[in-house]
Design a protein around this ligand. Structure first.
Ligand code: GLN
Length: 193
């Protein structure tokens, strides 16, 4: 089982390190041919406008949509913005998940923060919180159709969603030592034929 990282911009190396620690084979995706033989794809955090523009320039938007129709995809932070169908602005996105996202939703004073979140779907999620790192993060303002909220801040703000084989998190699990989100994504990949 090989997991791809969209490696156009952003912190894809941190994801690669976590996956390698878990003994998973990885591949950096920059061209559509790099998607061949990949069982799941992670879109990292970074700058969603840059990642989207580079994906458009390298003719990756349509191949990524085709890939996502068949296989699990997880977007973290900027990656969540790329996966969302609605982002309230004009920039190239994949528009895959039935979620409504607001970019840079946490204001200047709190551009970055860490908080322990309850995420019941994770392994040990009922008894152990997840350390979530937010960096100029988006928030979920709407979850529609088959998409479901899987994590919220204490004030109810949506910060993670799942829609079948697709996962989106406002925060950066690759920047913590807790690899349960990566293991959860791998379990979604393993469920697929
Ligand atoms: N603010 C960035 C954006 O809008 C996302 C930040 C991140 O990925 N850490 O794309």
């Amino acid at each position: 089982m090989k997991i791809g990282l969209l490696a156009l911009q952003g912190d894809y190396r941190e994801h690669l390190q976590v996956l390698q620690t878990l003994g998973v084979e990885t591949a950096e995706v920059r061209l559509s041919k790099d998607l061949e033989g990949i069982a799941g794809l992670i879109i990292p955090g970074g700058e969603s406008t840059t990642i989207g523009k580079l994906a458009a320039r390298y003719h990756l938007i349509e191949p990524l949509r085709v890939f996502a129709r068949a296989k699990p995809v997880w977007g973290t932070c900027a990656g969540m913005i790329l996966l969302a169908k609605e982002i309230g602005g004009e920039q190239p996105i994949l528009g895959i998940m039935d979620i409504v996202v607001e970019r840079n939703a946490f204001g200047r004073q709190v551009d970055s923060f860490q908080i322990d979140l309850e995420v019941p779907i994770l392994p040990d999620g009922d008894s152990k919180t997840f350390p979530a790192v937010f960096i100029r993060a988006p928030r979920l303002v709407g979850v529609k159709g088959d998409a479901a909220l899987i994590a919220q801040l204490p004030d109810g703000t949506g910060v993670a969603a799942q829609e079948g084989k697709w996962l989106a998190t406002s925060f950066h699990p690759e920047l913590t030592k807790d690899n349960r989100f990566h293991r959860y994504f791998l379990s979604l990949v393993e469920q697929r034929p």
